[in-house]
Ligand binder design. Structure first.
Ligand SMILES: [Zn+2]
Length: 217
C-alpha cells in the first residue's frame, strides 16, 4: 500500500476531531496533500472508528481520479481540491460541522478577525453562499472565494472549512475559529440581555452557559 504513513495520519486526525466534537457521526472530512500531484481524502460516509488506512482514498489532485483506497472518496473531495489547487502552499484542508462556528455559518455574516487570531485565520472570514453538499456548484463557489491570506471559511447553512500548511496548522485554525465564534456569540447574547425582559434574560443566561459548556479545546 502506498502512502501508508500519511493515510494512517488521516485516520488519526479523524479520531481526534471526533473526540473533540468537531466531527459528529460521519459529518466532516479531510484532504491531505501527499506530493505535487496526489492527495489523500477521507472515504465517503464512513464511521471514523472503523476507518483504516486502506479505506483512505488516494486521488490525483488534477482530475480527482481515484488511484487507491477500498472505499469511495468523500463527496466533498471537489471542495477540498478547489482549495489545494488554488494554494500550492496548503498541505491540509478540513471541513467540519463544529458546533459553535457552524451556528455562525447560519447567520451568514462575514467576520472581521480580531488581531489575536489573525496569524492563523487571516484578516477576515468570508461566507461561501449555500450550494448542496458534494455539488460541483459548491466547489466552484468555493474556488471563487479562496484567498491566499484566508485560512477559515464559513459555508452558509452548512459548516466551515479551515486549511493550513500542514495538519497541525489546519487543526489550530479550527480551534481558533471555534474560540472566535464562541466569543462573538457570547457578545451577541450580552447585547440582547441588556434590553431583555427578566424572563428573556434568564433564557439568555442559560444559552450563554450552554455555549461555554461546549468548549472542546
Ligand atoms: Zn458538510
Amino acid at each position: 500500500m502506498k502512502y501508508v504513513n500519511q493515510r494512517e495520519h488521516v485516520v488519526t486526525l479523524c479520531l481526534e476531531l471526533s473526540r473533540r466534537g468537531y466531527f459528529a457521526g460521519t459529518g466532516g472530512n479531510i484532504m491531505l496533500r501527499l506530493d505535487s500531484e496526489h492527495v489523500a481524502v477521507t472515504p465517503s460516509a464512513t464511521d471514523y472508528h472503523t476507518m483504516s488506512a486502506a479505506t483512505v482514498c488516494v486521488l490525483r489532485l488534477g482530475d480527482l481520479h481515484q488511484l487507491d483506497g477500498e472505499a469511495a472518496p468523500s463527496v466533498e473531495s471537489g471542495l477540498h481540491a478547489s482549495v489545494l489547487r488554488a494554494r500550492p502552499e496548503i498541505g491540509c484542508s478540513i471541513h467540519t460541522h463544529q458546533p459553535v462556528a457552524s451556528a455562525l455559518a447560519l447567520l451568514g455574516d462575514e467576520i472581521s478577525v480580531p488581531s489575536r487570531w489573525r496569524p492563523t485565520l487571516g484578516p477576515r472570514i468570508p461566507v461561501v453562499g449555500y450550494a448542496p453538499s458534494g455539488s460541483s456548484w459548491l466547489s466552484s463557489k468555493f474556488g471563487h472565494t479562496v484567498h491566499p491570506d484566508i485560512n477559515a471559511y464559513l459555508m452558509y447553512n452548512h459548516g466551515i472549512l479551515c486549511c493550513g500548511r500542514d495538519s497541525a496548522a489546519a487543526m489550530k485554525a479550527l480551534d481558533d475559529l471555534e474560540a472566535l465564534a464562541r466569543s462573538l456569540l457570547d457578545q451577541r447574547i450580552s447585547q440582547h440581555a441588556a434590553t431583555a425582559t427578566p424572563a428573556q434574560g434568564q433564557a439568555l443566561l442559560r444559552a450563554r452557559s450552554a455555549l461555554n459548556d461546549r468548549s472542546t479545546s
